[in-house]
Design a protein around this ligand. Sequence first.
Ligand code: KIV
Length: 272
Amino acid sequence: MSSQDSSASQVTISTLLRAKQAGEKFACLTAYDASFARILDKAEIDVILVGDSLGMVVQGRATTVPVSMDDMVYHSRLVARGCERALLMADMPFMSFASPAEAATNAARLMQEGGAHMVKLEGGAIQLSTVEYLSDRGVPVCAHLGLQPQSIHQLGGYRVQGREDAAARAMLEDAARLEQAGAATLLLECVPSQLAAEISAAASVPVIGIGAGPACDGQILVLYDMLGIAPGKRLRFSHDFLADTGSVAAAVAAYAAAVKGGSFPTPEHGFE
Ligand code: KIV
């Protein structure tokens, strides 16, 4: 996103759309509290996601499955207090969108109590009716495709998704149908770079990638991964910006500049 667009004015879905149309990359990160949100906001991170990854990196759980609606509302509210410029997106936790009506009740909580501008939910074609129901009622939705950590017990492991031809075709189709159903943005997690490039080129809405190669319109990382403080092994698609820079603010600014300047992610951060 150009420095003109990345001024102090509030980032909206229209800002992201304009960036996509102009071929300008935008930068996204997760945050879970007001202090980090303030640092991200000042560094002109365009989208701050209150991810259900908080279950793992904040609460110390093994997966995101136990994260509750109350957890998400609480952390969204904290982040909203530190956020002036960025678009605030909040995750719908496991089973909080099992039906369109339940999704509407819970999305309303994230927006009214948590201050979110957009909600994100995991799932492909199975979520079409929910995406349509929410977007028809004024809720901007980000549809999360590829690796869906809430399905970890079904998947049996965190693996790249869409490598086989049939799975790739299904994901391309799901992306198009979700956009048609009203999804305001798409997010691709751990998807082969070539497939992510095809989905991004075909989509009219902004596509955010994580472990999905350099061609997505925006990039996101889990904050604690890019600061090198998340437990577990270093992820191939992430980078420790704190080790490069020595302070949290400088690390976040370096990440924002690298994404917007096109130097992160490199093809080596992606998957075939
Ligand atoms: O919960 C989260 O942090 C996410 C990101 C991995 C995109 O969904």
